[in-house]
Design a protein around this ligand. Structure first.
Ligand code: UDP
Length: 238
């Protein structure tokens, strides 16, 4: 299996289906980025972040924005929701007896998420958790290197989670590491995922933006800006 990247505003996005992305990363191991328009805009303002994404082992299009952007540029790629991809990785880890670590979210959220996941997946082996509100990652890095989990889910929000993973990935060549944004909040039951109708229409971002006014302010200007930049890219690359 080889990667076939579609480029959008300087970011390479994998064109795998969900199943082949899973198969690919289970063999390859390494850093998985779940990319969205806001991250692409940020990466174009922050070269370190851009390099981290472009050095990742798999970049999946998390959400409708990237799917539309890629379509404008002539690539047919289906979105893969990061939160669902995370669950598939957990399922595989539970099946194979792999060790799992969860890093991120508030202490009460992560402990609830751990319990819920353990009751959902029989034989899930969560060997380490740490909340996402730490001053220094040193102690967490040491623990991860010592235990070498097969799967490390990091939910610190972006770009924190990608930065966190990039600093340790070389020391953990056999781990799959993925940044999952607010997934632990959803898995803990503390925050609800958008109703299915929003998910199916690709409007999950809109639901979350309406529910969280702070997010609305942050996300809303980036979507038109992202699409505008993509249109400019399309015109100038012809
Ligand atoms: N978070 C964290 N440490 C921080 C900041 C955020 O653990 O220093 C957690 C936060 O509690 C939430 C998650 O990161 O569970 C993702 O936040 P958000 O939904 O804003 O991220 P997005 O999905 O937009 O990337």
């Amino acid at each position: 299996m080889i990667r076939n990247l579609a480029e959008i505003l300087g970011i390479g996005v994998d064109t795998f289906t969900k199943d082949s992305a899973l198969e690919y990363i289970e063999k390859k191991r390494g850093h998985v980025v779940t990319i969205n328009p806001e991250m692409i805009i940020n990466a174009n303002k922050n070269s370190e972040f851009k390099e981290i994404i472009n050095n990742a082992d798999l970049v999946i299009p998390d959400g409708i924005g990237v799917e539309i952007g890629l379509k404008i540029l002539g690539h047919r790629v289906k979105r893969i929701a990061g939160i669902e991809f995370g669950k598939e990785l957990l399922y595989n880890a539970a099946k194979s007896g792999g060790k799992v670590a969860l890093i991120g979210a508030k202490p009460e959220v992560i402990s609830l998420a751990k319990k819920k996941l353990e009751s959902e997946f029989e034989n899930l082996n969560i060997i380490y958790t740490h909340d996402g509100y730490f001053a220094q990652p040193t102690e967490i890095y040491e623990k991860l290197i010592e235990t070498a989990p097969d799967l490390i889910l990091v939910a610190l929000g972006s770009p924190k989670q990608e930065m966190f993973i990039s600093k340790i990935k070389d020391k953990l060549p056999n781990s799959i590491m993925i940044g999952l944004g607010g997934s632990f909040d959803v898995w803990s039951g503390m925050s609800k995922r958008a109703p299915l109708i929003y998910q199916k229409m690709g409007l999950e971002w809109l639901y979350r933006a309406i529910k969280e006014p702070k997010r609305f302010k942050r996300i809303f200007p980036t979507i038109p800006l992202f699409l505008l930049n993509v249109l400019v890219e399309r015109i100038t690359k012809k």
